[in-house]
Ligand binder design. Sequence first.
Ligand code: ANZ
Ligand code: ZN
Length: 892
Amino acid sequence: SAEYKFNEIENQYLKLWEENKVFKSEEKDKEKFYVLEMFPYPSGRIHMGHVRNYAIGDVINRYFRMKGKNTLHPMGWDAFGMPAENAAIKSGIHPAKWTYSNIDYMRNELKRLGFSYDWDREIATCNPDYYKWNQWIFLKMLEKGIAYRKSATVNWCPHDLTVLANEQVIEGRCWRCDTPVVQKEIPSWYLKITEYAEELLEDLKLLEGKWPDSVINMQRNWIGKSIGATINFPIDGTTQTLEVFTTRPDTIFGVTFMALAPEHPLTLELAKGTGQEEEVQAFVNKYLSMSTKDRNIVEEKEGVFTGRYAINPLTNEKIPIYTANYILWGYGTGAIMAVPAHDERDYEFAKKYNIPIKPVIKPLNKDWDFEKAPYTEEGILINSDGFDGLKSSEAKEKITKILEEKKIGYKTINYRLRDWNISRQRYWGTPIPVIYCNDCGIVPVPEEDLPVVLPENVEFTGVGNPLEKVEEFVNTTCPKCGKPAKRETDTMDTFVDSSWYFLRYCDPKNDKKPFDKEKTEYWMPVDIYIGGIEHAILHLLYSRFFVKFLRDIGLVEIKEPFSKLLTQGMVLKKWIKIEKLLEIYNISENTSLTKLYKIFNIEKEDNRTIKQFLEENHLNINDNAKLLFEKLNLPMDVLKELEEKYGKSDKMSKSKHNTVDPDEMIEKYGADTVRLYTLFAAPPSNNFDWIESGVEGTHRFLKRVWNFVMSNKDKIKDITYTKEDFKNLNEEDQKLRRKLHQTIKKVNEDITREYQFNTAIASIMELLNELTSYKGNNEKVLKEAIENLILLLSPFTPFISDKLWNEIGNEGFTINRKFPEPDEEALIEKTKEIPVQVNGKMRGKIVVPIDISEEEAVEKAVNEEAIKKWIEGKNIVKTIFIKGKILNIIVK
Ligand code: ANZ
Ligand code: ZN
């Protein structure tokens, strides 16, 4: 039969699918199913992580299509962002050109993999048709007070005069020019996500069981709701008070010091005239010059006494006030009442500075020595005057109430969540649509003037924000008074772009509105969203926030954008260091190349040592051994074996040289094999190692499918069948049908239950084994099995499936066929083979109907050739029959 020419087949079907617009989707009077994968950043080429992510989505889309759902499966590009601008700075290519050419390349790669996207819905966020609506939504937020401007601290490079993202700060220095980075306050635009904190938290309940628990927990912690009290402590010798936030008002009798953030305005003020001023000033200076990132790295608690005391409002005790590095400015009030007996950080601090530790909570039923460690849970109050004996929960309420009565405190709910700073001082993003007028102040760009388009003629020097230097862009007129005015040059954080793109896919070409409500009402919410765990917090939270805001202004009615979330695992690749290679062969850097060649049976003289060679080639023993193999032309198959045996699994990355290029794999094995392998290697949420022998195995399976179907195609081409034909089948035919329908059942179950593609594929592989060993000659049974085998494979390996489908005489494409459903009838085992013993010894087997009676079974056994001879001429005295299991005949 004909060879499996995957390249030819795949290119042929790519064309056919495109010509026939097979993946088009539109609203219909039919149940919908929206399958979405996180859209990629157009970095240049797709990587294996993308292949896996999109292969998972593709199977789901194809499967539910075949199950009769009206599916939506769109794709687009998260196209704004830093790498494009960095490329412009480094090599002078315009970010737009760089981005669009990457998009063109990657679109082809995705098509080549056979992914079933409706490309008519493609969006690129850097297109003004798209970002116009970012601006429109921003203006709505501005109108509703959800967008606002305030000053923010940023990383600033004093040499390049530019704001740096955290990733651009390398060990406290600018990534470009190595100048130490400083912190600077600049005005920025914020979105008031905190207004939705409670709802974002509350609605996580709707996602329970549908999103991974880990993601729900990360969101919950990020929002970080704390219930407690705000308490005012009078400051001794002044009329001022110190306001603190605590989640443990029940511990107020145990306060032994107070602590302020270095940034707290009272920190320096209190120290004035106490003799502590200089020391406090030095401490504050030290921490203010540190970036938040560096500050988080400092583990050691550190602080300085301010020289002042606060008064505990319930005990009238004098308590020293410190400034301390572990108090954050921007959370709570930036000041705390410290209870070292019951808080880890306070305990550490108190131990270091010899501050008293006073226990006020007793554990319920265990011993505790407050000199050894703090007790941080709730318990029973002690050393707390009239509150002794109360449970923490009761005391919290009582104490808060008393503070409220005395008007020195009140119940407070605090969220860790901060408002979202969307200002980026960069070119390649959505311009923030506001204008600054000397007379009118901040003026929103009128809706009819949208989009504010990025100017094209821009210079990328790496110094400052390129937009600031484009006079035609910056200088404009005030929309209110008509006088000269200046345009905002900040662009939006690219997370804005991805916070609503799933809505735009529902109506991607609308030029009157961001999207039509009727269309989003039909398609939304997304039924399954697939992507990396790295987006577990920000992207998902921002998208949820946008949907809630858009609902508030009447654009959507849904509560949550993503009904189900699947976070796929990583594709890892084992690799070994040169160092490890030397160790394996028990050689050293001083070994000669000649000897190294010998190890691999290569006759070649080279007197340089490995060390010399590495130096000459700018390699190092921590580099991937692959580099050495390549440079010395050593046998790659040996390296592969070594990697599989001794290698260390790591996420694929360029710096480790352990990436596997999808294009290369497709070239070598075909897209069907690459898809099938990534799906077969592990369940979607697990990590797995890319192992080429595994790829080869999957490829061999597809070859066997090909060969089997092609060698039977003439036999079955003109055969037709109906269920009626399968009424009275012999055992062999029944067995094949049973296996077929068991497989169909399992594949359906595995896919719908947690998307267990790997086990589904394994069962299809078993089905092929059964088929190749089928000894019957019922062509109807054979045809049914082959047709269904092809349809079962179709979501995973669509190219070979469509090709074979047509080869055996069917028209059209498998995605338009119904996905197989099990014939319950065929699942029932009707006959069974059971062993027969005579006087306890195995003498043969009989095939009998499953519900046969004892007499009938014995009747059949005594007529069986192999058994007959042990019974002839004797008397049957007893029979023991266990239905479906065994028959024992006792004779004399
Ligand atoms: C007294 C106390 C006693 C506290 C005790 C804890 C245990 P969460 O749950 O994260 O909201 N805190 C308040 N503001 C802070 C700030 N700006 N920087 C650092 N720590 C701050 O934590 C609230 C608790 O963290 C508060 O309750 C406060 O310490 C501290 F046995 O007050 B607690
Ligand atoms: Zn004006």
